[in-house]
Design a protein around this ligand. Structure first.
Ligand SMILES: C[S@@+](CC[C@H](N)C(=O)[O-])C[C@H]1O[C@@H](n2cnc3c(N)ncnc32)[C@H](O)[C@@H]1O
Length: 467
């Protein structure tokens, strides 16, 4: 651990690391699953299979006695507190409130030596986390104070300091991590005080993945001894302005990674116009458009055609209304209606946005998800295939999301009997995911098994063709 001006603490490698090697692995100081009306998760391992509610507090779920025992020392205290709460308070319990209550209970257990403190598991690591409390806006501060009050009501400790709890909420906002499964579906939140020392880059050399609640940082490039370990805190697909805005809002800093240093340069202006701008009037041209001061429209930088601002605003308005309706239909579970609306959104975005636009890519991802749920594999494959070139543009060669999209393409090709294409996509998925996820997890074993099966089928087909 070292300190750099403007960045604070940083984590450096003390030896060389190769792509795919584990740099660091850590259990959370505290963690909590997401709250969902349709699916409950084990408070210890986050699985949703065979979970049963704690018979005493009726709030927390476990998948079995093993996880319940692991969590018992802490849950014994939490259980008593939750059992005393009124039903309307229980209903308003958010994962953030639970995480904070658990943080104080864990600290108490360590202070009282009921649970041992270790080098990687002690409250002084939490104490050292940055909070940016002096930069937090007034509205957010009021919210933290209200949340701190609720924690105070739950814990009922006489010497609790509300200001300290509010500051700890601010710490969680810029240090806690979303715990995801191997396919990057969010499961919960965890505080990992050592991994929290790692700083951000939009062009990171490492990646953070989870196995249950255990967090693992893996090298995704060759990292020489003495280099700073860097992960990405945000979705890195956006333009430099979008990324910088997200980092400033949540983490209070201006990124100066090699990608961000290009802000305002010609390449960067072009990239944002492609990722977040409009398409050329001539649909066979894939030029990018910039504001044209003379015509007050948007001019294609490739063929010179100008798009009228009124025409753009009209389609943008229709697209916004339809997107809102589609999102409501999707969240209320109307798959058929949502599909129809997202197809209309896609049509409008094809008219409006550059073919490599992120907005259009996200709509196609949603269509892919809906079609997969409806088991329409053929159409799902069409949409998955359409997203690949944009994924390849916006994510570096070794990126978990890129690997997972190849995996989806591979699975769909395999389901449809397109063995050759399945082998190609599954091989691309393995090349990426063996570095980001390692090779030993059940998820990776399943992927490697699928690839082997596809290869065996191809060789069987070849040999029967020969006969
Ligand atoms: C999770 S913490 C990382 C560790 C932190 N540097 C510390 O001293 O504890 C996140 C905070 O680190 C700082 N940070 C992270 N990445 C940075 C970067 N690339 N440039 C400047 N500051 C950064 C910001 O203050 C951010 O809110």
């Amino acid at each position: 651990v070292s300190t750099i001006p403007d960045k604070g603490r940083c984590l450096f490698t003390t030896r060389d690391f190769s792509p795919g090697e584990v740099i660091l692995s850590e259990e959370p100081y505290v963690s909590v699953p997401n709250k969902s009306p349709v699916e409950s998760r084990c408070d210890w391992c986050f699985t949703s299979s065979n979970v049963k509610r704690c018979s005493s507090c009726h709030v927390v779920w476990y998948c079995g006695s093993t996880c319940q025992k692991f969590d018992w020392k802490l849950h014994r205290l939490e259980c008593q507190l939750l059992s005393q709460l009124e039903q309307n308070r229980i209903r308003s319990l958010t994962p953030s409130i639970r995480l904070m209550v658990k943080l104080y209970l864990w600290r108490k257990l360590q202070d009282e030596k009921v649970i041992p403190s270790t080098v990687m598991d002690n409250y002084s690591l939490v104490k050292n986390l940055v909070s940016h409390i002096s930069e937090v806006g007034e509205t957010q501060m009021v919210l933290y104070a209200q949340m701190a009050n609720l924690v105070n009501i739950i814990l009922q400790w006489p010497d609790l300091n509300i200001k300290e709890i509010a500051e700890n909420f601010s710490k969680l906002a810029c240090n806690a991590h979303t715990i995801c499964d191997s396919e990057l579906v969010p499961l919960g939140t965890g505080l990992y005080p050592v991994i929290s020392i790692i700083n951000h880059s939009c062009y990171p050399n490492s990646v953070l993945v989870f196995h249950g609640r255990r967090a693992t940082v893996r090298a995704i490039q060759q990292i020489p001894k003495g280099s700073e370990i860097l992960i990405s805190y945000i979705e890195t697909a956006g333009s430099t302005m979008t990324r910088q805005k997200a980092l400033k809002e949540q983490y209070f800093f201006t990124c100066s990674c090699p990608r961000c240093m290009k802000l305002g340069q010609n390449d960067d202006i072009k990239e944002s116009a492609v990722l977040e701008g409009y398409r050329c009037k001539n649909h066979t041209c894939d030029g990018f458009l910039l504001r044209d001061p003379e015509s007050k429209g948007f001019k294609c930088q490739h063929c010179g055609l100008v798009r009228d601002i009124e025409e753009i605003l009209k389609i943008a308005g229709e697209e916004k209304t339809m997107s809102e309706k589609a999102s409501i239909a999707l969240s209320s579970g109307h798959s058929d209606g949502a599909l129809d609306m997202y197809l209309r959104v896609e049509k409008l975005q094809v008219k409006l946005c550059h073919p490599s636009s992120i907005k259009l890519m996200r709509t196609r991802e949603t269509l892919l998800k809906i079609l997969m749920e409806m088991q329409d594999w053929k159409k799902a494959l069409t949409y998955c295939t359409l997203t690949i070139p944009v994924y390849e543009r916006v994510y570096p060669n070794i990126h978990p999301l890129r690997g997972l999209q190849y995996y989806t393409c591979g699975k769909l090709n395999w389901l449809l009997g397109y063995t050759k294409e399945a082998i190609k996509s599954l091989t691309q998925a393995v090349d990426v995911l063996r570095i980001t996820h390692g090779t030993t997890s059940p998820f990776m074993k399943d992927l490697l098994g699928k690839l082997e099966e596809a290869r065996a089928e191809a060789s069987y087909k070849r040999s029967s063709d020969l006969v």
